[in-house]
Design a protein around this ligand. Structure first.
Ligand code: ZN
Length: 510
């Protein structure tokens, strides 16, 4: 085969891998939305067969042989070395293919299947322990899972910290030490900000959020917002699931889900806008990368930046609600008749330390992440025993948020991630918030009348900016490269801290 044919062959293998993964995504989507309850074992068999086929495809020796034949050095660290004859998209394609091949073939099939099995058990055991609010019912299974995750880390290899190769799965090319550095600045700034908010005399009313909000009307409102934000219903759908998510089933099929609570208005609308941000990113990938492994977020942190930018920086802003609040009030006159725009805006932005991460406000949310990042790093480095985890969790809660969980359900058992073997995932949520604020800072410099546009319900210029600067590049650049290209500097916690201080200083009067 000539060099060009070899590259084409690699593209063909990748294309088939993508088709398999989109097929698996359809099965996952169906499982979370419409599948009958009793079908769970049928579905597990189908997904397990597909994941085996996918693993075989992405680790087939032909990939390694062909990469080597065209001069890609798989041994080079941390980035595979690629001959200069390959530039642009082809170079990025080879970099990502080599990365994926290298990662997957270092982990023995035995570890992959054992982890799949133990995490399937783990999620069930976790759900039972959570119901019983008793960590001791989960600790045995968690130890088994963590041992396997440590196996994965040592198979992949690391120089500095066993957490590095785990983080790299979700946030490619980023090191634990980089996250630590960014987070330490964030931690200090957030604690100061929270102290100021706590010291404020301002009382924010949130009672009206818990009045009655009919679900049909919430759905109608959500769809209207999605349409004006630019979500294309000819290439997507909105459905319901217990845990909202976005999934890509093909370049013209990016679906989102949400959930409704008739007694708590913010759940559905902010969940919907959040997933819309993820969806717009996937729908905005450039033509040149569609159907290839580059049709993906640059990293999970970058992906999350697109959802947080929509949900928080736009969706929780005053201009946004100055446009939408009259319409919302007209839909729910009994619940909002006596609430003016200002009171509504303050209510949806109320800051108060709470136990549960997914219900946290914009300020305290990141403290929940700092807590988890610190603990999972210690667990993987074997600096913390599983049995000591609940006590360590509670001590950190006290230290960071000033709260003491009354039981394990309110504390260490609240998230599903560890039972699913997902260690290294949590930091990407805060990285998303950080990237979002930093990108937004550039966006508003480029679009000076952004407030005016949002206030009139016009999002096209903002969407065009996101598409041109972020979406179309998909995974061509690493997160670090993308951040530098868009904002002219590396990730810097100052942007999030400045945004939060300005917004909440205005609400809380300091
Ligand atoms: Zn998200």
């Amino acid at each position: 085969m000539q060099g060009n044919d070899k590259l084409e062959r690699l593209k063909e293998i990748d294309r088939e891998y993508r088709l398999l993964s989109h097929t698996a995504a359809i099965l996952h989507w169906d499982q979370e939305t419409y599948m009958p309850e009793a079908a769970v074992l049928n579905r597990a068999d189908q997904l397990s067969l597909l994941s085996g086929l996918m693993h075989d495809r992405i680790t087939q020796p032909e990939i390694g042989e062909t990469l080597t034949a065209i001069g890609v050095s798989l041994d080079a660290d941390p980035t595979p070395r690629i001959p200069d004859t390959f530039q642009g998209i082809e170079r990025a394609f080879l970099r990502e293919l080599a990365r994926q091949y290298r990662r997957n073939s270092k982990i023995p099939r035995r570890v992959v299947t054992e982890l799949a099995k133990q995490t399937a058990i783990g999620q069930r055991v976790w759900a039972e322990a959570r119901k019983a609010a008793d960590f001791s019912k989960f600790s045995g299974q968690l130890s088994i899972i963590l041992a396997l995750v440590r196996d994965v880390s040592s198979c992949l290899g690391y120089e500095d910290h066993p957490y590095d190769p785990l983080l790299d799965e979700f946030e490619p090319w980023m090191k634990t030490a980089d996250v630590e550095e960014v987070f330490s600045g964030l931690r200090q700034g957030l604690k100061q900000l929270l102290d100021k908010i706590r010291g404020s005399r301002k009382k924010v009313d949130t009672d009206f959020l818990n009045r009655k909000y009919g679900i049909d009307k919430q759905r109608t409102f959500g769809i209207k917002v999605l349409e004006s934000l630019g979500y294309d219903f000819t290439r997507g759908r909105l459905d319901e699931s217990a845990h909202p998510f976005t999934t890509t089933l093909g370049s013209s099929d990016v679906r989102i889900t949400t959930r409704y609570d008739s007694r708590y208005f913010p759940t559905a609308i902010f969940g919907t806008i959040h997933e819309c941000g993820h969806g717009l990113y996937e729908l905005g990938f450039g033509k040149a990368v569609q159907g290839t492994l580059l049709a993906d977020g640059a990293s999970l942190g970058i992906h999350e930046s697109q959802s947080r930018l929509m949900e928080n920086l736009i969706g929780r802003s005053y201009p946004f609600w100055s446009h939408y609040y009259p319409q919302l009030k007209a839909l729910f006159p009994e619940s909002l008749g006596d609430v003016d725009l200002r009171r509504f805006y303050e209510g949806i932005n109320h800051v108060s330390p709470s136990f549960i991460r997914v219900e946290a406000d914009e300020v305290t949310y990141n403290l929940h992440i700092l807590l988890r990042f610190g603990l999972e790093k210690q667990l993987i480095g074997e600096d913390l025993a599983v049995n000591d985890l609940p006590a360590a969790w509670n001590a950190q809660m006290k230290e960071l948020l000033g709260l003491e969980p009354r039981n394990d359900t309110q504390g260490v058992l609240q998230d599903i991630h560890w039972s699913g073997g997902m260690v290294g995932y949590f930091p990407t949520y805060s990285l998303g918030n950080l990237y979002a604020a930093q990108f937004f800072n550039t966006l508003i410099r480029d679009i000076p009348d952004w407030r005016n546009q949002i206030g009139r319900g016009r999002f096209q210029t903002i969407l065009n900016w996101l598409r041109e600067n972020i979406h179309k590049h998909a995974r061509i650049y690493s997160a670090r490269e993308l951040c530098a290209r868009v904002t002219g500097e590396p990730l810097n916690p100052r942007y999030l801290l400045d945004y939060l201080a300005e917004k909440f200083g205005e609400i809380y009067g300091f």
